[in-house]
Design a protein. Sequence first.
Length: 111
Amino acid sequence: MTAKADSDSPKKGVVRRGSFSDGAGSTFHVFASSADAPGALFVHYESNRADAVLIVTGLSSGNLHASWGPRWRAAARPWQRWCQGAALHVFYNGGEAVPATATGRARVCDG
């Protein structure tokens, strides 16, 4: 897969890698920090670029660190593991196919 800059990218230089769904109607979009040797990936909820679900840094070094967005920190651990795995799958393989379904539902409080 060849990554290209996308007009849907949340900021300049960021490249859209693909998306995945939790099977319950929610769509998550995966972006790389750059087209060449990205150091991080970003996951956004639906088309809301301000709603960062997950940021994984350390892709270049292999020392991965996940940071969850404010609305997603309280999600169940099995769901977080599934989401992180799905994001990495889309990041490395592109496309929309994710091998497994969500193992739990995210409960989000917006207030």
